[in-house]
Design a binder for this molecule. Sequence first.
Ligand SMILES: *Cc1c(COP(=O)(O)O)cnc(C)c1O
Length: 326
Amino acid sequence: MSGKLSRESASFQTGLASVTPLHSAFYRQYNITVGLLRIDLLHPQISGNKWFKLLPLLQRLESGERPRVLSFGGVWSNHLHALAYVGNSFGIRTLGMVRGHPAQASTAMLEDAQRWGMQLVYLSRDEYRDRDAPAFLATLAQEYLGWEVLPEGGSNADAVQGCRTIWQSVQGSDWSAPDYFVCAMGTGGTLAGVIAGKPSRTQVVGVPVLALGDAGEHRVRELLSQAQVSDPQGWCLDHAGAFGGYAKLTHELAAFLLSFECRIGVPLDPVYTLKMMAALNRRVVRGQIAPGSRVLLLHSGGLQGRRGMLSRVETGASAFVGPQLV
Ligand SMILES: *Cc1c(COP(=O)(O)O)cnc(C)c1O
């Protein structure tokens, strides 16, 4: 199977993604079968899960609507990157509220976004913290009359409905109802969508990549309810998977990333999919994945953001001493 999707043409509705089997002595020893669902390959710029999160917007654009869209993110945001690309492809105005300062060094992400016509406005850390506060949003609505506001990461009811269709990628294959489905969690829209669409026999494990605590579960339930989906149960969060916080990269993780890429030949991004892989392996060692299980992991893309961390990966990996995370 190969990822086959038409790009800026009339079929943003469905997509087939391939599954890369992960063969390793480690998984064989624990008698589990592991596959990586390659939605990272569906589109070169609207990367991985962002394609599904933006799917309802893409469908509106294809039917001729031309909204102006404003959203939020950091200086390496995969979401703003994807949104800027969509804006350029369909000729709509986009605006990114960026956590940072214009005097800071630019990033390859911000340069791409600007090249694709996204207008950038910088918010200080304090301002950015208020991004979901009703008072802030009310001021924004007045200042940017007529603009549609997408929350950070694009996580809203539409994103849940879009990500629900990730399951269509495996329909009819032997991965259609795995025992476990594992995916990284940032703002939660992707995970909530995966939960909304899951077969009842599948356990979904979300791996928050930042320290969320109970707010993580709360956030998933909130998104399900915004999308008017009743909680099907059969899911949990692996809170140990954050490895110290958002974009924190231990030496051990850095070494794991390089060895994984060498062995499997699939690039991971250090912020999301790397931590998801590490969390799965730890669950396996801890006996939290029953022998005989089939485990499907979501390769949610995000490789443009990897550009910003490569030197940290190399420095970290070369400083690492000790046994590998397998
Ligand atoms: C944005 C992103 C996520 C997180 O998705 P949420 O819906 O915000 O939880 C996961 N993986 C990658 C590669 C991403 O870019």
